[in-house]
Design a protein around this ligand. Structure first.
Ligand code: NAD
Ligand code: LMR
Length: 444
């Protein structure tokens, strides 16, 4: 029988992550053979720069792979097996507002946590649902692997609005942290860890980490986290190297101190130490500025150089090692590997004492028919309390989007642990509405 080869569409073709993912796909063709790669974006010029450079690279390195890029949904989503979706509705210019508007009121400004994340959620829902609908219309058997942020809100929206769709929502942060924990204790890969984890996206905890023989690795990892957070480890990825990330990895030590039975996701610092985060933020220069000044500028300069020279042989592009999990996930769906991943899925009792309809982040086995949850049991009161508040915030945002409800969005902002009062919530919301008028549904 002839080997099956897959057709991939990368949605958000103009993303700074696209070249890295494209090269990574080529690197793994022995286990995940590809016949076609297409880019899709709704911003023609931005995508063109990335795509033309990738086209040159592909011609030189994998001429057998058919390549195309388009802003036309029918062309992009016809004859596709997998859609890899990483869009940023509003681009970095809007991320900057997500971060800077809350900071004006002394509130954490972050792209996925607190008011910034809620604002970004209100922009992302429509974009991701639109791409899901295109995929289902033109390639009804395809799978969408979504890692567009804010993943918690996007996942809840897909649960509410497209419950039967073939979409898996996944985040790279737990993967990066597992790499760090493996490296801390001298293991070569996170794949040597067998983990128990529960939470919401960007809001979770490891409660068990064993090696493949069942030996408990938590005591040794905890020693490192108690002393230095995640800073003891250097992961093989190069994604998180800026100063702001180094501080985040160190601060995990103080987050861990609150519950030494579990190991926390780094994003919990925004909820548990918001005062510290605000004190250490520059309201005039946030992560969006860092990324625009470095990552975005570098990628577009590299692409333009490749286009000008007509060759990618002088280098510049690198496979995005941190994104290997996306290939693993596609492989699991395509070839039934039954590998375990942390996915964002409807709870349905996997976290026993928690809302069955919540989108939780938990380990799942993935195979040809999708995912099977690994039951995590009952969670402690501390985590349950935090998660109940946060899941309500996320559900209220999705309800606000569906119903066009100002009231629910105000409730969501007010309920966010990071926001001090309904008054401040309203001030931030009103400014966010003005800033997002091209992207949000009208709220009444
Ligand atoms: P980016 O701004 O560089 O690229 C996003 C692209 O999406 C842009 O080219 C934009 O034009 C396009 N886009 C926006 N709305 C669209 C729509 N409705 N339809 C089609 N295309 C659309 O952003 P980025 O930094 O590359 O991030 C992309 C997404 O990936 C974000 O949501 C980000 O939070 C997420 N992210 C994922 C990971 C990961 O797990 N690999 C890591 C970091 C960021
Ligand atoms: C995040 O902050 O979660 C991501 O968008 C990663 C990044 O580079 O900012």
């Amino acid at each position: 029988m002839e080997e099956k080869k897959y057709s991939i569409t990368i949605a958000g073709g103009g993303s700074t992550f696209t070249p890295g993912i494209c090269l990574l796909l080529l690197e793994h063709m022995d286990r995940f053979p590809i016949r076609k790669i297409q880019f899709y974006d709704n911003f023609k010029e931005r995508q063109e720069t990335i795509a033309k450079a990738c086209e040159i690279y592909l011609k030189e390195n994998a001429p057998e792979v058919e390549f195309g890029y388009t802003t036309d949904p029918e062309t992009a989503f016809t004859d596709v097996d997998f859609v890899m979706c990483h869009i940023r509705v509003g681009l970095y210019a809007m991320r900057e507002k997500d971060e800077k508007i809350p900071l004006k009121y002394g509130v954490v400004g972050q792209e996925t946590c607190g008011p910034g994340g809620l604002a970004y959620g209100m922009r992302s829902i429509g974009g991701v649902i639109e791409i899901l609908d295109y995929m289902e219309k033109y390639s009804p058997n395809a799978w969408m692997l979504n890692y567009s942020n804010p993943a918690a809100i996007v996942a809840e929206a897909t649960r509410r609005l497209r419950p039967d769709s073939k979409i898996l929502n996944i985040c790279d942060m737990p993967i990066d942290l597992e790499e760090k924990m493996a490296s801390m204790i001298g293991l070569s890969s996170r794949k040597e860890l067998d983990v128990g984890y529960y939470g919401l996206n960007h809001f979770g905890w490891w409660h068990s980490i064993k090696d493949q023989n069942g030996n408990d690795l938590m005591p040794e990892i905890k020693k490192h986290v108690a002393a230095n957070g995640f800073a003891d480890a250097l992961s093989k990825t190069n994604q998180h190297v800026e100063q702001s990330w180094i501080e985040t990895f160190s601060k995990a030590k103080d987050v861990y101190a609150l519950d030494p039975d579990t190991i926390p996701n780094t994003y919990l610092k925004y909820y548990l130490y918001p005062d510290y985060v605000v004190e250490h933020s520059d309201p005039n220069h946030t992560r969006a500025n860092e990324v625009m000044e470095h990552r975005e500028k570098n990628i577009f300069t590299i692409c333009q150089n490749i286009i000008d020279k007509g060759t990618a042989k002088d280098g510049g592009f690198e496979p995005d090692a941190h994104a290997e999990y996306i290939v693993d996930l596609a492989c699991a769906l395509a070839t039934n590997t039954k590998e375990k991943f942390l996915l964002i899925v409807p709870n349905e009792g996997a976290v026993e004492n928690f809302d069955r309809t919540a989108m939780v982040e938990i380990p799942c086995y993935v195979g040809i028919n999708g995912y099977e949850r690994v039951v995590q049991g009952a969670i402690p009161q501390f985590q349950k309390g935090l998660m109940e508040q946060q899941v309500s915030v996320e559900k209220l945002v999705v309800e606000a989007w569906i119903e066009g409800s100002y009231q629910k969005m105000w409730q969501a902002m007010t309920l966010s642990k990071i926001v001090p009062s309904a008054k401040v919530a309203k001030q931030i919301l009103d400014e966010m509405i003005e800033a997002n008028k091209d992207f949000w549904p009208e709220l009444k």
